[in-house]
Design a binder for this molecule. Sequence first.
Ligand code: NOJ
Length: 545
Amino acid sequence: MKFNDKVVYQIYPKSFQDSNGDGLGDLRGVIQRLDYLQSLGVDYLWLTPFFPSPQHDNGYDVADYCAVDPRFGNMTDFDELVKTAGDKGMKIMLDMVLCHTSVDHEWFQKAINGDEHYQRYYILRDGRSPGEPPTNWQCAFGGSAWKWQPQIGKWYLHLHDVSQPDLDWTNPEVRKELANVVKFWRDKGVMGFRFDVINLISKPEIFKDDTAGLGRRLFADGPHVHEYLRELVQNAGIEGMITVGEMASTDLENCIRYSNPNNHELSMSFSFHHLKVDYKNGNKWELMPPDIKALKKIFEEWQVGMQEGNGWNAVFYNNHDQPRIVSRFGDDQKYLKESAKMLAASIHFMRGTPYIYQGEEIGMTNAKYSSIEQYRDVESLNYYKILLNQGKSKNEALKIIGERSRDNSRTPMQWSSEKFAGFSIVDPWLSSPENYKTINVETEENDINSVLNFYKTLVKFRKENKIVQDGDIKFIERENDNVIAYIRTLNGKELIIICNFKGNNTNLTEKTLSDYTKNGYKKILGNYDELAENLRPYEVVIFEN
Ligand code: NOJ
């Protein structure tokens, strides 16, 4: 099954809707907003983790896989959510964090208290020499990927925060336990799963220093990852369900294998290369404007490559780890509406399953904080210190964090122009940008030309048009520095999507817009009224024949 007519909506429960006035979103808040989600037309609701957790990494540090953290509600609320969403035609997808647990998880606690059975659940090693970790690998949030554990006299591996020890997937007991976790939620009526950093589960056979990098290339897409995924899907009984793997530093060849239906692994994969085109020298913490030609090349490589290999992409720009796309590849001041719509259209007509991250559909922007005290994310706080240590001034460091922080996407959903954006009745855990007074659901529901209504059109179009679901894809305007454009074709029909990624007028290089109309193509959708000679700032035009 390809899920080619489906659209997934991602909910970050902590920031979606607070139902009990504690400043944190919760499951009952999601239930309250199901009518809104239904009106968007989405099929699946992916909820990021709400399991018991010390929240060092906002719930991606799981202390108990099969329960609900009281901060977010209880199991009765969850059951009601599954049932009520189902009654409204939407299915629930959960986020499985199976690469690591929290240090608070019972398994890790037993391990460090000497239980050898549970010590085999984690990756524990001797150091190179006293005080020296086993390898030079760095964790994703800055600093060594190893932590010394004095009670047992070993180092444990944590590819993410120090509070997230990696599980040892070579141990069949671990794999069995994790399959049972997935099964537990499946039996509760969950109909899909997103697997967190799942391509990092199979570590290299030999642990050695990375002489050319931070280690990531040694443990991404490791030796047994495909076999482990097949086994997990089979043992959890979830084949045929929507499953998406978050693939860190992956490549096309592996993603074809992960998502080609003949391999019985996952139904699709997230890759991130297109979200690095504004990293200077590949470094997230060095700013540069997005390189649109590079973006186009990556889209082409992945769209055409997955088509040729019978793989399937999850298509997206936003999630809870990425700054807001309209602030990043668009212009959130002068051309907020135009650029938000163009960016949406640029991926919603692609071959793959689109994902909408909460707030994207109303054009929510970056947080625009003015002080480091406003940030909460462990990665942002760590990197602020790292940047200062590297000699950056406070202002420089704040500017970089302002553009790159994951908190940019975690600000509360902007429901209305009321105080606290209609998210809560008290000061929320993370504050909203001031622009909630104009960028909010209530205002946009009443504006026929809003970003929100444009998203509704895109979702509906996918459902009603086989060409978007099944058509072949080919890129055009390949040498144009400002434009990304492609053609979808099916049974002699064509759909042409032309996007101007620049904030000024630009020309097409292969054909003019009027060449299309003269040749019988008609404009069926766009973000400006009638056609002009040139593409206007952030204009998108969709033609069909
Ligand atoms: C990817 C998740 O999306 C991110 O939020 C988290 O910090 C890491 N995986 C570690 O679980």
